[in-house]
Design a protein around this ligand. Structure first.
Ligand code: FAD
Length: 310
């Protein structure tokens, strides 16, 4: 029994989501291999070989894999899928783009968004926006799994000594082509990797106020900036800051929610944070039911005071 983890990487380094996925793969009970499918990705392969618990890294290098096109990455996974009992992807935009293609081609049911490995064929996954946990058992020969990264600790990124093999990269499928990519440039930590997140809600009232009040706090704490869907829908914050059921799932060390009521769809994205601080002027706000520290206060006074105190 051997599990294959599909690395999330930028060809030079391995992204943190891979580390949590390795932990999930180790829990499946057998050896763990990592596939680095990229172009000129030897450095990412070396980085993957350092991950503690990984026995082998397979680097598939091909120009067809330079832009992470899902059709080509799926073909690369399928080229070696026969050797594996489990194929695990982080539940990221990339992972969720490739995993269903692999599952369909293997004619197996994908097991989505697992948060616990009960046994090699049985897994837990949240349903109904995290309000219930389903235990699912798969009888498929190959388990194709996406891993909710906040459910598993990160494997240590250094200290391992996996062997590194190369595999022939697949040819371009010709089904899609890379046209361009617009990447938001930010000095802030990426939300799903940030250790601290400060998040603002509808109470901020405008994009200008959101920036004026929330940015200094994020700057002081070197935090990622998040938002509720109401704040995003109202145009106070960009779409990629949304935390929740239809946004990003995060579990930082510290999550500070300012003027966020705590709707279940928001809680679904952040309730696994280690320490939750809520600032809300309504003492009945549901966010206080998950908060470790709650401050009933007007955020327009409390947040600047907090910034000053820091
Ligand atoms: C299918 C579906 C998916 C969804 N997905 C998401 C999602 O991914 N993420 C998400 O966030 N939401 C999601 N929602 C929306 C969710 O139901 C809520 O509408 C949303 O989270 C509310 O955002 P909010 O807390 O900012 O606003 P509100 O609920 O309006 O809360 C604002 C809060 O600010 C407080 N407040 C007001 N003024 C101040 C002040 N001056 N100082 C301090 N506190 C103040 C109020 O007391 C209130 O608690 C989804 C909804 C649906 C139906």
């Amino acid at each position: 029994m051997t599990a294959l983890v599909i690395a999330e990487h930028d060809h030079a380094t391995v992204k943190p989501a891979t580390l949590n996925t390795v932990t999930a793969a180790l829990a499946c009970g057998g050896d763990v291999h990592v596939l680095v499918a990229g172009a000129n990705a030897a450095e990412a392969g070396k980085a993957a070989a350092q991950i503690v618990g990984v026995a082998k890294v397979i680097v598939a290098d091909s120009p067809s894999l330079a832009e992470n096109l899902a059709e080509n990455v799926a073909a690369q996974v399928l080229a070696i899928a026969g050797n594996y009992s489990h194929i695990l992807f982080p539940s990221t935009a990339n992972g969720k783009n490739v995993a269903p293609r692999v599952a369909a081609k293997l004619d197996v049911a994908q097991i989505s968004d697992i948060t616990l490995v009960v046994s090699p064929d049985t897994f837990e996954r949240p349903i109904y926006a995290g309000n219930a946990i389903a235990t699912v058992q798969s009888t498929d020969a190959t388990k194709v799994i996406t891993v909710r990264t906040t459910g598993f600790d990160a494997a240590a990124s250094t200290g391992g000594s996996a062997t590194v093999e190369t595999a022939e990269g697949v040819a371009d499928s010709g089904k899609s082509s890379f046209v361009g990519r617009e990447v938001t440039k930010s000095d802030r930590p990426e939300l799903t990797a940030a250790k601290i997140i400060v998040s603002g809600g509808r109470a901020l009232g405008s994009a200008e106020k959101f920036t004026e009040v929330m940015t200094p706090l994020a700057d002081k704490l070197n935090a990622g900036l998040g938002a509720s869907r109401a704040a995003v829908d109202a145009g106070y914050a960009p779409n990629d800051w949304q935390v929740g059921q239809t946004g990003k799932i995060v579990a930082p060390q510290l999550y500070i929610a300012c003027g966020i009521s705590g709707a279940i769809q928001h809680l679904a994205g952040m309730k696994d944070s280690k320490v939750i601080v809520a600032i809300n002027k309504d003492e009945e706000a549901p966010i206080f039911s998950v908060a470790d520290y709650g401050l009933v206060a007007d955020l327009f006074t409390a947040v600047p005071e907090l910034v000053k105190a820091l």
